[in-house]
Design a protein around this ligand. Structure first.
Ligand SMILES: [Zn+2]
Length: 368
């Protein structure tokens, strides 16, 4: 397996868009798609059918010629490009009745996904030397170690030194199910605010918003605390408030500075985290490419126009999803901050089928 360019890629700065780094991504993507073409029968036949071959990728511009495999295929089939005994982790998102999203990782894929997540958060100024108390609105990964969000939270708590980690979704012996420990969350937040250590909260924005309102929280977690959200407002979209308003609300109720509140978008099948900069925009790292396509013709749309999102990545040689066509709408834009590159603006989900994911499951746990 040739992975030289891929190893090189994850030693580069994710937001340094130099021509040399762009070329490294291209080479890494060729390595990756060539491997899947040779080792995954469906990918082979799909590329052949689309008259595509990785050797056709000569320049950055050619990347857009890569045909996207529909995301639902990965929900319906177990796609793997290596012998199953090589897999070390299966990530799934907890769909409630419906199809599960998943991703299979061998050791190299797991090492890469950890490394790229660290590099991205580092470059966005989110990794520092403080010791934190963590509040995670997820299952304890010791209990649910294959769930995408639990894995993500465990990954995200490893970027800093940690004192205490509180997992808000806990097993209830009496009901025989996982439950959000609301009272526990409120008590923990109060305790953290008086601990003298900064806090990091990881969770779903709607859930945090509702809990703060329900318990009328008014705390000051201090200038070094962070809120890292993910999972969107799924299922509560009607209550969604604009990002800047949300940031203001959190600052007023928890004392977390607006620039320390960062949202993350990720898909289990794709694995690249798109994380807010200080201004609240998701810059696309050089570890991925995002194309926006017409939902009717799949033609590439010009920057700024809304269409279906098509993601490219190259880090996982075990799971053949280097070119993923999603059912999510979005568009590309620009941010005024110094990071540069295009930003990803999410515009919701296409189609009528609502896949219930982790976020919605957790939201349903808020009583009353
Ligand atoms: Zn920015």
């Amino acid at each position: 397996m040739k992975t030289d360019a891929t190893e090189k890629l994850f030693n580069t700065d994710p937001f340094d868009y130099s021509l040399e780094n762009q070329k490294t991504f291209l080479e890494s993507f060729i390595e990756n798609t060539a491997f899947h073409y040779d080792h995954h029968e469906f990918t082979h036949r799909f590329f052949d059918h689309e008259k595509f071959h990785p050797s056709l990728l000569k320049t950055e511009k050619d990347l857009a010629k890569t045909p996207g495999m529909m995301v639902h295929l990965y929900k319906e089939h177990e796609f793997v490009s290596v012998p199953k005994e090589d897999l070390v982790l299966t990530l799934t998102s907890s769909g409630t009745g419906g199809l599960k999203s998943c991703q299979f990782l061998n050791q190299q894929g797991l090492d890469n996904v950890k490394k790229l997540a660290l590099k991205i958060h580092e470059s966005l100024g989110m990794v520092d030397d403080y010791t934190y108390n963590y509040l995670c609105f997820t299952y304890d990964p010791a209990i649910a170690n294959d769930l995408g969000t639990a894995f993500t939270d465990e990954l995200l708590t490893n970027f800093t030194k940690k004192n205490e980690v509180y997992y808000a979704i806990q097993w209830n012996e009496k009901s025989g199910d996982f439950e959000l420990n609301e009272q526990g969350v409120v008590e923990t937040l109060k305790r953290f605010s008086e601990s003298g250590l900064p806090t990091r909260i990881l969770g779903f924005p709607a859930l945090i918003f509702e809990l703060i309102k329900k318990y009328e929280l008014k705390l000051d977690l201090g200038p070094h605390s962070w809120l890292q959200t993910g999972g969107g407002w799924k299922g509560k979209a009607d209550q969604e408030i604009p990002k800047l308003e949300f940031r203001k609300f959190i600052f007023e109720t928890l004392g977390i500075l607006p620039q320390n509140q960062r949202d993350l978008f990720g898909m289990v099948e794709h694995g690249i985290p798109y994380v807010d900069c200080a201004e609240g925009n998701m810059h696309i790292p050089n570890y991925a490419r995002v194309f926006v396509r017409s939902p009717h013709t799949l033609e590439l749309l010009p920057k700024g126009e809304k269409g279906l999102l098509h993601f490219l990545c190259s880090y996982n040689f075990s799971y053949p999803a280097p070119s993923l066509l999603t059912t999510d709408y979005g568009r590309l834009g620009t941010c005024s901050c110094p990071i540069g590159g295009d930003i990803l603006i999410l515009e919701g989900r296409a189609g009528v089928h609502k896949h219930k994911g982790c976020a919605i499951k957790a939201l349903e746990m808020i009583k009353g």
